[in-house]
Design a protein around this ligand. Structure first.
Ligand code: IMP
Length: 196
């Protein structure tokens, strides 16, 4: 079994990623390998942050490392929270509060102007090689209320019109098939097959 370190502390993400990469790989979080470091996500783009995270952990561990940077871009809010999605209104603020704030900011805004997308960039860092990135997106709209219990983060307010569901109403399998991270990881899976 090939071991890959995923540069995240988010257990929800590790679960999604292990499900997509399948049994050929064991995905371990940085905590599981006994590392306790926070990498400052100070890039202006998802790409910069993902490459920075993967490369820094690869240099410390000398192992193959994947990292992602992702977020929600809301067109009506000029692309916010974007790369600041995790830190929006403070990192420790519960998502019920963040989501309620966004619903309030978009109150009474008609559907056509509520367009949004999740974006995920995955970076692969292998010792002595140049980093490689893949990108995935999923288009949707900001709903009028929170719905669903699955997923995490902004899932309850991200409504996918063609499914008539929020991404928090999807099972993990359903979400992985269509999500930003799912799409970016499917591409990365092909690259991993060639590289590892
Ligand atoms: P990251 O961990 O720096 O990539 O921050 C990503 C942030 O974007 C998360 O903390 C969530 O706020 C948001 N986000 C990214 N992907 C998703 C998703 O699939 N569902 C809900 N929120 C997400």
């Amino acid at each position: 079994m090939k071991e890959i370190i995923f540069a995240t502390k988010n257990k929800g993400k590790i679960k999604e990623i292990q499900a997509i990469l399948g049994n050929d790989y064991t995905v371990k979080s940085i905590e599981e390998i006994g590392l306790n470091i926070d990498i400052l996500e100070d890039g202006k783009t998802f790409e910069e942050n993902a490459i920075k995270k993967a490369t820094e952990i690869m240099k410390i561990t000398n192992k193959t490392v994947l990292a992602d940077d992702s977020g929600l871009q809301i067109d009506y809010l000029n692309g916010e929270p974007g790369v600041y999605s995790a830190r929006y209104m403070g990192e420790d603020t519960p998502y019920e509060i963040k989501n309620a704030k966004i619903l309030e900011l978009l109150k009474d805004i008609e559907e056509e102007k509520r367009t949004a997308r999740f974006v995920s960039v995955i970076a692969l860092a292998i010792p002595n090689k140049e980093p490689i990135t893949t990108i995935g997106t999923i288009e949707g709209i900001i709903g009028y209320e929170m719905k669903g219990e699955n997923g995490f983060g902004y899932d309850p307010i991200f409504y996918i019109p063609y499914l008539e569901k929020t991404s928090a109403q999807l099972s993990l399998e359903e979400k992985n098939k269509i999500s930003h991270r799912g799409k970016a990881l499917e591409q990365m899976k092909k690259i991993l097959k060639e590289m590892m």
